[in-house]
Write a protein that binds this ligand. Sequence first.
Ligand SMILES: [Zn+2]
Ligand SMILES: [Zn+2]
Length: 66
Amino acid sequence: MSIKTTPPNCYICGKKTEVDKLHYCICDIAVCEKCLNPLKKNEKTWICPNCKAENNIEKSLLFRKT
Ligand SMILES: [Zn+2]
Ligand SMILES: [Zn+2]
């Protein structure tokens, strides 16, 4: 619910990534677009490498492009 002031690093590659390109999980980790690919279960879902939760790819984006 809270908006973070510091962009987190990607959980997989550890790189600092633009906030709008990070996908967030409920367990408070973020994964960048590149690292999300191997985590994808299908076109709409990715599996969190930390808590194994299934996340919607679009909904896990903090910001959406319009
Ligand atoms: Zn990454
Ligand atoms: Zn998670």
